[in-house]
Design a protein around this ligand. Structure first.
Ligand SMILES: N[C@@H](CCC(=O)N[C@@H](CS)C(=O)NCC(=O)O)C(=O)O
Length: 234
């Protein structure tokens, strides 16, 4: 079978920070589909698929190009129904959307504010101007201003992950139960984003999330260990 091509955001030292690309790498592996993760800069995105997509992940499968992680996940389940499903039912899909939304609400802003300067510091040379301008416009602060109060933001982000800790405490070993599923890939992808660039640890050494994340990293032949990461815990 011809490998599916996944355009995967790359920063310095071949780090792969995009949380949305991470979940799709896991989705492809979960379905047992061979894929090539093709490194791409943010400023290269307009050159893919005739400029139809503004963000990665984007996949090319045969003659078909699909962008946006949710559209890609749906496409994979539709195009490969005989492979393990990402969503066992429409209800599971919507619950996964809830997992993403809850994560955005409880931890997204402090996480993004705390680590956006680290992403910038790792950005490829040709992305740096675009990255600074687009993120400063979005956030309303310079990247340097965001460095102030970072410790408090990290603490808030850490606390914002409590619902994940609580879910694992009452169940596990995966968020999806006995077997890993898309919810694990969503949350795991966000933590791998942080780990791919973080210069300050997000978690404490005894955080139960570390054991779960280790399990997620080990899946699919150690997929979550195939690009450079910094320590997530002090
Ligand atoms: N809703 C999209 C979000 C994807 C997204 O935001 N990707 C970021 C990289 S993590 C991106 O490509 N940004 C393009 C840019 O900043 O120009 C999805 O689920 O795929």
């Amino acid at each position: 079978m011809t490998p599916i091509r996944l355009y995967d955001l790359q920063v310095r030292d071949d780090r792969r920070p995009s949380p949305f690309c991470w979940r799709i790498k896991y989705a492809l592996a979960h379905k047992g589909l061979p894929f090539d993760a093709v490194p791409i800069a943010l400023t290269d995105i307009p050159s893919i698929g005739g400029g139809a997509h503004k963000t990665v992940p984007i996949i090319e499968d045969g003659g078909k190009t699909v962008g946006d992680s949710w559209a890609i996940a749906d496409y994979l389940d539709e195009a490969y129904p005989d492979r393990p499903r990402l969503f066992g039912s429409p209800a599971e899909r919507e619950l996964c959307r809830f997992v993403e939304a809850s994560l955005f609400v409880s931890a997204g802003k402090p996480l993004f504010f705390a680590y956006v300067k680290d992403v910038f510091d790792h950005a490829l040379e040709r992305d740096r101007d675009y990255f600074r301008q687009s993120r400063e416009k979005l956030l309303g602060f310079t990247l340097e201003e965001l460095a102030h109060g970072r410790a408090e933001r990290i603490e808030a982000a850490r606390a914002g992950l409590d619902s994940v800790r609580l879910t694992l405490k009452g169940g596990g070993p995966f968020l999806s139960g006995a077997h890993p599923g898309y919810a694990d890939y969503i949350v795991g992808g966000f933590l791998l984003w942080v780990a791919s660039v973080a210069t300050a640890p997000l978690l404490k050494g005894d955080d139960p999330l570390l054991e779960w994340l280790g399990r997620v990293q080990d899946l699919h032949g150690g997929l979550g260990r195939k690009s450079p990461l910094n320590a997530l815990a002090a």
